[in-house]
Design a protein around this ligand. Structure first.
Ligand code: PLP
Ligand code: ZN
Length: 443
C-alpha cells in the first residue's frame, strides 16, 4: 500500500505542497494549511481491519508503532521513514472514570482523558513527535535546517525541547517573561534549549518568532504548523478506542490557540470517514474569561470574530487573545453541535480544587474545562446519563505554585472554597491525636 499526505490550503484556494517543504501558510492566499490524506487509499482497509491493527500495535515494542501516534502512522504522517521518527512513546494516556466526582455533580458517566500523563507533561507531545520527526526526515534528505523554534505559553516549548534533545536537533524557545510556571521554564532549560525570555506576552512572542522563522533555516513549531494537528488528532481515536469504539456524547476541551480542538474534531471526522464510528460527539470549548475571543464570537453565532488582548489568567497556557487556529476551530464547532463556555478566575480555581478533592490532580486549564462542565450541568445542558469526557491537557505537577497559592489563600479576590492547609503542631503524641480527632469529628 502507498499511503500519502500533503499540505493543502485550508481556505480552499487549491494550493498544495509536499509535507517535506518548509511552508506554514498558503503562498497564494496566506491561509493556514492542513494536512490532507489520500483517503481513497486508506479506505481500502475496512474499519474492522483498522481497529484490529490499532489494537494489535497498542503499547507494543515494535518501533515505532507502540506510540499512540505512530500506531496510527498511516493516517497521521505516512511521509516519514521509520528510522527518522523521533518518539518517546507518547500517547495511550489513561482515560479514567471519575466516579465519585461525577456523582457529586449528578453525573453517572464522567471520564477524564489525562493527556498530561505524557513525557513532557502535556498533550503537546502528541503533535511535537510528528513535527520533529518530519524535520529529522528533511535534514536526512539534505535540507539545511539548523534549529526548530517556537513561541510558547510553556508547554509547547517543553515538548519541543524534549523531542529536539532526543533527536539531536537544536531548539529555540520564545517565552513571555514571567508568564510561565517555574516547571515549564525549567523544562526547556534542562533539555538544553536556547531559551529566549521576551518582555511581552504570548501574542508578542508569536509575532517575533514568525518573523525570525521567515528564514528557512529555522523551522517553526507553532500550531499554525499543521503537522502537529495530525499527531494531536489521535486523542479522538484513543478516546473512542478506550471505550471499545463507542463515541461519547460530549467532549469538553480547554482552548487557547485552538489547535487542539481543531485536532480533536479532525480525528472524529476521519474516523467517521473511514467507517470506524457512525456518530459524532458534541464538542465544548472552555476558555478563561480573561482570554475569551472564541467565547465572544460564539455569542454572535460565530458571525463575527475579533482578537482580544488577553488578560492575565491562572490558566496561563491559554492566555491567548489572537488564536491562530480560530477558523479551523469554528469550522469544527459548526460540525459538532459546538458550544463555547467561559470560566472566571474564581470558577476555574475552585473547579480545579474540587476535582482534586475527588481524586484528580488538575492543571488550571483542566480547571477551566471542569468549570464549564459544572455550569452546563447546573443549567441542565448536560444530563445525568450523558457520557462526558473532559480532556485534561497538562499534568497538575507543572502548576504547583497555582495550587499552593490557592490553598494558602494567596490568590487575590478568590474565595478558595476547598482550601486545605497543613496544621502546625509540636511533635507530641497527645496534641497530634487531639488535632486528628478534632478534625475527624468536625467532618
Ligand atoms: C496548549 C495548551 C492548551 C491549549 O491548546 P490550544 O491548542 O492552544 O487551544 C490548553 N492546556 C494546556 C495545558 C496547554 O498546554
Ligand atoms: Zn490559499
Amino acid at each position: 500500500m502507498s499511503y500519502s499526505a500533503r499540505f493543502e490550503c485550508f481556505a480552499g484556494c487549491g494550493e498544495s505542497y509536499p509535507l517535506n517543504e518548509v511552508v506554514y501558510r498558503c503562498k497564494k492566499c496566506g491561509s493556514l494549511l492542513e494536512v490532507v490524506h489520500d483517503v481513497a487509499e486508506l479506505k481500502k482497509k475496512s474499519a474492522e481491519e483498522w481497529k484490529k491493527l490499532f489494537e494489535d500495535r497498542t503499547r507494543k515494542n515494535v518501533w515505532p508503532y507502540g506510540s499512540g501516534i505512530w500506531g496510527k502512522k498511516e493516517l497521521v504522517c505516512p511521509e516519514v521513514d521509520n528510522e527518522n521518527i523521533v518518539s518517546l512513546l507518547e500517547g495511550h494516556t489513561n482515560l479514567f472514570w471519575a466516579e465519585r466526582f461525577g456523582h457529586k455533580l449528578g453525573l453517572n458517566d464522567l471520564w477524564i482523558k489525562l493527556c498530561g500523563n505524557s513525557h513532557s507533561g502535556s498533550f503537546k507531545d502528541l503533535g511535537m513527535t510528528v513535527l520533529v520527526s518530519m524535520v529529522k526526515q528533511m535534514i536526512a534528505e539534505g535540507k539545511d535546517i539548523r534549529a526548530i523554534a517556537c513561541a510558547s505559553t510553556g508547554d509547547t516549548s517543553a515538548a519541543l525541547a524534549a523531542y529536539c534533545a532526543a533527536a539531536g536537533i537544536r531548539s529555540i524557545v520564545f517565552l513571555p517573561k514571567n508568564k510561565v510556571s517555574i516547571a515549564q521554564l525549567i523544562q526547556p532549560i534542562a533539555n538544553n534549549s536556547l531559551v529566549l525570555s521576551l518582555d511581552t506576552d504570548f501574542d508578542g512572542c508569536m509575532k517575533v518568532v514568525q518573523e525570525v522563522t521567515a528564514d528557512q533555516h529555522i523551522y517553526l513549531a507553532n500550531s499554525m504548523n499543521s503537522l502537529r494537528i495530525e499527531g494531536q488528532k489521535t486523542v479522538a481515536f484513543e478516546i473512542v478506542q478506550q471505550f471499545d469504539w463507542e463515541v461519547p456524547d460530549i467532549v469538553i476541551i480547554p482552548g487557547g490557540n485552538l489547535g487542539n480542538v481543531s485536532a480533536l474534531g479532525k480525528g472524529f471526522l476521519m474516523m467517521q470517514e473511514l467507517g470506524l464510528i457512525n456518530k459524532l460527539p458534541k464538542i465544548v470549548v472552555a476558555q478563561a474569561a480573561q482570554a475569551n475571543p472564541l467565547y465572544l464570537s460564539y455569542q454572535t453565532g460565530f458571525k463575527e470574530f475579533a482578537p482580544v488582548t488577553a488578560k492575565k489568567t491562572l490558566a496561563s497556557a491559554i492566555q491567548i487573545g489572537n488564536p491562530v487556529s480560530v477558523d479551523k476551530a469554528i469550522k469544527v464547532l459548526k460540525q459538532f453541535d459546538g458550544q463555547v463556555e467561559e470560566a472566571s478566575e474564581e470558577e476555574l480555581a475552585n473547579a480545579a480544587a474540587m476535582g482534586d478533592k475527588y481524586g484528580l490532580f488538575n492543571c488550571p486549564h483542566t480547571g477551566v474545562a471542569l468549570a464549564a462542565l459544572i455550569k452546563m450541568v447546573d443549567r441542565g445542558e448536560i444530563k445525568q446519563n450523558d457520557k462526558v469526557v473532559v480532556v485534561s491537557t497538562a499534568h497538575g505537577l507543572k502548576f504547583t505554585e497555582f495550587k499552593k497559592d490557592y490553598h494558602t489563600g494567596a490568590l487575590k479576590g478568590i474565595d478558595n472554597k476547598y482550601a486545605n492547609l497543613p496544621i502546625d503542631l509540636p511533635a507530641k503524641t497527645e496534641s497530634v491525636k487531639k488535632a486528628i480527632y478534632d478534625h475527624l469529628d468536625n467532618e
